[in-house]
Design a protein around this ligand. Structure first.
Ligand code: F6R
Length: 612
């Protein structure tokens, strides 16, 4: 979703802002802009389209501010209110042109504020909710920018991460957050504000994360933080541990390809130091559970969205099978609004790569409110869900830049298995069974490597089906969520209409859609349920649908009579989602590449969905 960057220091602001926006491109956007303040003048350059278009416009601008300013703000916009055109792009100026603001989030009462401003003769020129906010800040201004911002924010309903500057007070940036992340990077003689650590990492590793209703004022004297009532607040400076190279594509054609190939290492990092072979359990210190706490859990509820929810479904099966604990997965938006019944012995797991997904965050707040024990499974260190849950397990997968989640999914599954193992060992799972599971979890990186070696074979299958319009994925048990995930990967990056179904469900309606040009990917791994899915795949074949059989090594005979085969390593059912999902990621990637799609930034999608 939208990206924010702000800079104040000694270097040329425009360059740093545009580069910061480039580093946040992966979040998804459709227009971009920067505003620079030099002397007592704010100049703005904006454009629909890509950062390269913005860069060209900045370079061509007849503006001293764009060349010389050491202070500015920038934004990539993912359109919500109004189409992605130049007028609606941020930064927005007030009517006098003396205040500039960038905003992530949604101002829900913007219409009400807009008509209030109109009564004072202030007219907005864009369709956005954001412009209303900058006009309101200007209206509230009485000599102090931070006071004007806090006054304006007190009138606002909704979510925001903002950075504001004014030529009344050069040398000052004001930032604030409620629901949309703001990170402040503290460098030597410079400060970089961003919605995402990736824009800060090239400049400094020291960062402060604002909390909801925090404001910060950045001047040459440093950073001061307040709440909206201007009472000082203290937020710790933390060191960001992400490697700058991790956010570059290197030799790979796409981030998605790079991230798929990083999976063996990413999983190694996710499980490093967390398996206790001797006791046949997992060591997850961030969960902060004694065996007694774990034994008290009566139910596990997993909340998340999209790919993360699919990983949660694998967790659901593992908690029930291994630990014998009733477990459910729920789409986070549904959970937050349906007044869920929660008891104090429920464990609610919030699963989110970014740690910023609006619905998952709201589900966390609802669950905490109802007294559940809440833990997070996040990749982004210091993200809002990680901080608000206060306990949980980081994936340590490294930055995931491709919009289509890949390495986060497999690491989420690895973490879910370790969580289930830990809880299971306080219950019915015997030590030797725990040891056996530890050995299999430890082999996940090797299994991932084995699938990645099949890249060329999978590419050949992908080429055959790249021109189809529809596809189905079927599986059961632990492979049902993998079927859903395989379909999601294919549809989001190749724009082929794909549906994931429980293999048994196909007959209850969707089979009507099968015909010669609709391939069915059947997950026929050698795990319980294989024979039943095999029967379902035969039914598809009988309706002339081509079947791509995913089978376990050593069990290739299962694919006889089907059209194509993808071989994945033989492993127990709870382990199978990892290698199988990697095979389906590769399939989706090569289909999308063959169709010439924009793989890292699929149309209409955003990496981090911070609005509901
Ligand atoms: C699909 C994908 C999305 C995300 C979903 C949740 O490839 O990436 O479905 O999984 O938007 O995002 P997080 O995990 O950041 O909460």
């Amino acid at each position: 979703m939208c990206g924010i960057v702000g800079y104040f220091g000694k270097r040329k602001a425009a360059e740093i802002l545009v580069d910061g926006l480039r580093r946040m491109e992966y979040r998804g956007y459709d227009s971009a802009g920067v505003a620079c303040l030099f002397d007592t003048r704010i100049d703005v350059v904006k454009t629909p389209g890509k950062i390269k278009d913005l860069r060209a416009r900045v370079d061509a601008a007849d503006s001293v501010a764009m060349r010389e300013a050491v202070q500015g703000i920038g934004h990539t916009r993912w359109a919500t209110h109004g189409p992605p055109n130049e007028i609606n792009a941020h930064p927005h100026l007030d009517a006098s042109g003396r205040f500039a603001l960038v905003h992530n989030g949604i101002i829900e009462n913007y219409k009400e504020i807009k008509s209030g401003l109109a009564q004072h003769g202030i007219q907005c020129v864009s369709d956005t909710d954001t412009e209303v906010l900058v006009q309101l800040v200007a209206y509230c201004y009485q000599g102090s920018l931070e006071r004007a911002v806090s006054e304006a924010l007190k009138k606002v309903k909704g979510t925001y991460g903002i950075v504001v500057m004014s030529d009344h007070e050069p040398g000052k940036l004001v930032t604030a957050r409620c629901g949309s992340p703001i990170v402040i990077g503290i460098g030597k003689d410079e400060t970089i504000i961003a919605s995402d650590a990736s824009a800060i990492i090239p400049h400094t590793r020291d960062a402060v994360y604002l909390e909801d209703y925090d404001m910060a004022v950045v001047t040459s004297g440093g950073v001061e933080m307040f709440d909206l009532q201007h009472a000082p607040v203290n937020r710790e400076v933390t060191a960001m541990d992400w490697d700058e190279d991790a956010a570059e594509k290197g030799e790979y054609a796409h981030f998605m390809l790079k991230e798929m190939f990083e999976q063996p290492d990413a999983i190694r990092n996710a499980i490093r130091g967390r398996l206790d072979f001797e006791m046949g359990t997992a060591i997850l210190s961030g969960l902060d559970f004694s065996p007694r706490d774990a034994a008290m859990i009566s139910r596990v509820l997993v909340v998340g969205c999209g790919t993360s929810m699919h990983a949660g479904m694998v967790g659901e099966y593992a908690f029930e099978e291994l630990a014998g604990i009733p477990s459910e997965v729920e789409q986070a938006a549904e959970f937050r609004y349906r007044n869920p019944i929660i008891t104090p012995t429920d464990l609610v797991l919030a699963i989110s790569q970014s740690g910023e997904t609006a619905d998952t965050l709201a589900a966390v707040r609802e669950a905490k409110h109802k007294g559940a024990v809440v833990a997070g499974i996040c990749n982004v260190v210091g993200s809002t869900i990680a901080r608000e849950t206060g306990r949980g397990v980081y994936l340590h997968a490294g930055p995931e830049i491709g919009v289509a989640s890949t390495k986060a999914f497999t690491c989420q599954v690895a973490v879910m298995l370790m969580m289930a193992l830990k809880v299971a060992r306080t219950r019915r799972l015997a030590r030797h069974d725990g040891e056996e599971l530890c050995r299999w979890i430890d082999r996940l990186p090797e299994l991932a490597e084995a699938v990645l070696r099949q890249n060329d074979a999978i590419k050949a299958v992908a080429k055959k089906y790249a021109r189809c319009d529809n596809a189905f994925f079927i599986g059961r048990g632990y492979l049902f969520p993998v079927a859903l995930e395989g379909a999601l990967k294919l549809k989001e990056i190749s724009y082929i209409h794909a549906e994931g179904y429980h293999a048994a469900e196909l007959k209850h309606g969707p089979i009507a859609l099968l015909e010669e040009k609709t391939p069915v990917v059947a997950l026929l791994n050698n795990v319980p349920g294989k024979d039943k899915t095999l029967g379902n795949a035969e039914e598809c074949k009988a309706r002339k649908a081509p079947v791509i059989a995913v089978v376990s090594a050593g069990d290739e005979g299962v694919a006889d009579g089907f059209d194509d085969v993808i071989v994945v390593p033989d492993c127990p059912a709870c382990i199978a989602p990892v290698p199988t999902a990697i095979a389906l990621q590769l399939l989706a990637y090569h289909v999308a590449a063959e169709r010439g799609c924009e793989i890292d930034q699929p149309r209409n999608l955003a990496k981090s969905v911070t609005v509901e």
